[in-house]
Design a protein around this ligand. Structure first.
Ligand SMILES: [Zn+2]
Length: 306
């Protein structure tokens, strides 16, 4: 049984995917946040929501995020622009991506975010240094299984006709982490400070997050979840807006190539509800990622003291 489980919502907006069209009412901030809140209420969970800073240039999105924060969820940082090669970007650009979003989120919800996840789990040591220098307590960008290569291959296929995006898909510094990345949370230290890395949960080489249900089928997905909850002390369950949205939620006139948006949102809610129930059953406590990271930090301190 896991000691701690948590839910991370990577709030990949449709606005970002569509290039921020004028007057767009973003289903990621409206339908998705309502459904996420309803699921969390039902299972008595508070989650961690990773936000794209640029989305908060929209007043309606800001209001929705403030509302969500008031429900007790942790609001965390998912970069300013959602560049999928964040971990490989030059230092100054990377700093901008972290900081611009950091201050915009703080301005919106009234506290500075302490958790980060890179778009497309684009982990790098340079990014960890930037996060430590910005006072982050944890990061969850590490994808420590060979499934990373399958995920990137699929992502590359999706962008074959968009050369600029394809270059970003392949521009990474973490090619070795799929094989050598550590699978349990650990503390990363340097001369400026430290942060906790909470990797993607893995069991039998299989990473599990919301999307695996769409790729491998839901029966297997629940089986992967049970296996990972049995072997991992910490289980971070990552989901995306597409896990809670149906085709009917996308406003007419927006042609899109977003994946997993076909299908009925009510069925998706049922599956997510089943996943949340498994987390509650399979872990001693379900906490925010920040609380999970704090438990790792305490464990490390106890080990030093012993
Ligand atoms: Zn994302």
């Amino acid at each position: 049984m896991s000691q701690y489980a948590g839910v991370s919502l990577h709030l990949d907006s449709l606005g970002e995917a569509f290039g921020y069209p004028e007057g767009f009412r973003d289903p990621a901030y409206h339908q998705v946040l309502d459904r996420f809140q309803a699921l969390c209420d039902k299972h008595r969970i508070r989650g961690s929501v990773f936000v794209i800073g640029k989305d908060l240039e929209d007043e309606a999105n800001r209001e929705r995020l403030r509302w969500l924060a008031r429900q007790g969820h942790e609001i965390a940082n998912h970069s300013w622009s959602h560049y999928i090669n964040l971990g490989a970007m030059p230092l100054e650009e990377m700093r901008f991506e972290v900081r611009a979003s950091h201050y915009r989120i703080a301005d919106c919800v009234g506290y500075e975010p302490k958790g980060f996840v890179a778009p497309a789990w684009s982990y790098s040591e340079r990014l960890m240094r930037v996060l430590i220098s910005c006072g982050y307590e944890y990061d969850t960008s590490l994808f420590p299984t060979p499934l990373l290569y399958g995920f990137l291959f699929k992502n590359a296929l999706n962008h074959l006709n968009q050369p600029a995006k394809l270059r970003r898909v392949l521009d990474r510094k973490d090619w070795l982490e799929g094989v050598r990345g550590r699978r349990d949370p650990y503390v990363i230290e340097n001369s400026e400070g430290e942060l906790v890395m909470v990797p993607m949960p893995v069991a039998n080489g299989m990473a599990v997050w919301g999307t695996t249900g769409f790729v491998f089928g839901w029966r297997r997905h629940f089986q992967f979840m049970r296996q990972a909850l049995a072997v991992r002390t910490h289980f971070n369950y990552c989901i995306h807006p597409a896990d809670l949205l149906g085709q009917e939620d996308v406003p007419a006139g927006y042609t899109h190539s977003l994946e997993r948006l076909s299908g009925n949102w009510r069925e998706k809610m049922d599956r997510m509800s089943e996943s949340f129930a498994l987390l509650v059953e399979g872990a001693k406590s379900v906490v925010t990622l920040r609380e999970m990271a704090a438990s790792v930090q305490e464990r490390a301190l106890r080990q030093i003291a012993a």
